[in-house]
Design a protein around this ligand. Sequence first.
Ligand code: FAD
Ligand code: NAP
Length: 560
Amino acid sequence: MTERTSRQPASKQPNCDVVVVGAGFAGIYALWQARQRGLSVRGFESAPDVGGTWYWNAYPGARCDVPSYNYAYFFDSEIVRRWNWSDVCAYQGEIQRYLRHVAERCDVVKDIAFDTKVSSASYSEETALWTISTQSTETRPGEIVVCRYLVLAIGALSEPKVPDIDGASSFAGETYFTSKWPKDRAVDFTGKRVGVIGTGSSGVQVVPEIAKAARNVFVFQRTANYVIPTEGGPIDGAHMSALRQDPQAVRQALRETYGGNQPLGIGQHRFGELDAQGREDALRKAWDGKYPALAFRDAHLPEANAAISDYIRKKMQEIVADPRTAHHLTPWDHPYGGKRPCRSDVYLQTFNKPHVRLIPLTETPILEITPQGVVTSTETIELDVLVYATGFDAITGSVFAIDITGIGGASIRDAWRDGPRNYLGTMVHGFPNLFLPSSAMSPSVLSNMATLAEQQIDFILDSIVWLEEHGRPGLHPEPGSQERWREETLRYAARRPGALTTKSWYSGANIPGKPRVFMVYCGGFKKYHDNCLTELRDGFPSYALERRTDHKQEDKRQPR
Ligand code: FAD
Ligand code: NAP
């Protein structure tokens, strides 16, 4: 295949069938699936290696909080049988090695251009083709590739939030971001004064590791989070053997659950069925089982959620010795689940160490960062190292980082000005044959995202094959379908305690100026999957099908 540079005009002939951008869980599988279906592929990844999330977030303590035996691929039973996880919740390095192993086994590494950022993607109605441009670097000109289908497997949590604190760039010490941790060397905190800004899941994981070596750790907390126990330690051999007996049955079973990852044996009763002692027993059992949110079968109801929230607050306060610190570490302002809960058995305990100090920014806000350190309303804290665990411009950030234009040159930034709109979390009206796994209005981060990656890529590739078999050049949802889906997403969100009232990245509240729209589908994995299957079975009734420009193709679907 002849490659062209960005200086040459786009062709009317595709260079390949499918372009996949991103080489995380979704991108690796998309490349393999596309090739399995006989389609030619090209992959682009801005990192120098595969892994996605698990390449970039290499901070000490980074690990998954969904059991690794479920947070994994199931499409190939041999991978399930051969790969041995060293821990129930594996650490970052092991997950990245796993993804590298899968990419090599599937032989997709050769398809991927690494260190290559895709900067724009535009659709031509005339040719029904996408033209993708990559960013040029000092040593390499940008490239243009023309394809028929574009899969942007660019991640929901891949565009770091830019620091929005006055003077941030003036700090004279070492600065690190959990979301872009250095890979070429180990960061040495020994004997240093370290500040960590941010107490979401990343901050909660990194603080205890830093505290092992640092002279002082100052944890700057704006909002307290729920911190619940995590699973860890060696995987139960009997469980793993059972799972390896029939990986395809497990794959199917995960898709039948609410979150793509269902632990068993918790939450046997409804909240209203139990007396006070029964509720306390259920809460203790669920806490000991590491899933306090599953104490009751109807844990989503406000009164059950309130009991769960209170119980977790009480347990958190029992762990922290100093009552004032315990009070500040406790999330009083939102119910459990309003923000993404954090999981750790060591974070709260770290505040019992004399060299670790919590700075509650609700009382003493940061005024500015200076070359010496952080200035709050009451003091200047001098630092040698500053770690930002300040999160991501989630879900839409990675999409807007690419200049995407669809039918009539319309920009996705305009189409999503008031928040993302799509159908079934994967396709956008006006952008035919553009597929967005892990994106807005899908179960995304409220599910096991490895299960989701496989399910969505299967759906996407099944859709592409359907188009091929029916001789249709393009597919995108009807505007009414995506309005319906948005309403359904918001309807489910309204039932989730705290979803619409808590300031969280789920609704864009962590980024100044971002539209406040709840972006995660909480109807459950099974319902989501069933919706996708229905569209496939019924020939995409909620979509517009592009016709060939020679008008020889007819839409043979029955009118609805
Ligand atoms: P990603 O892994 O984010 O991969 C996207 C890739 O696209 C990146 O490598 C990025 O470099 C590349 N990319 C983006 N834009 C461009 C561009 N313009 N050009 C070229 N390349 C581009 N989920 C869970 O279910 N369980 C967990 O325990 C869990 N733990 C997590 C821990 C951390 C620290 C973080 C940040 C997230 C975690 N998640 C977890 C969510 C996680 O993001 C998903 O589970 C999953 O890894 C997403 O895979 P993906 O392939 O969709 O996207
Ligand atoms: P996050 O949850 O968005 O947390 C960012 C933290 O930084 C919050 O405490 C936030 O405070 C704070 N912050 C942001 N800007 C700030 C500012 N200007 N001043 C002070 N504080 C500021 O980000 P994250 O911790 O990286 O996690 C993001 C998501 O990635 C998680 O929700 C989860 O889905 C995934 N993740 C999972 C794991 C895991 O356990 N497997 C680990 C890491 C990440 P506010 O809350 O007040 O905004």
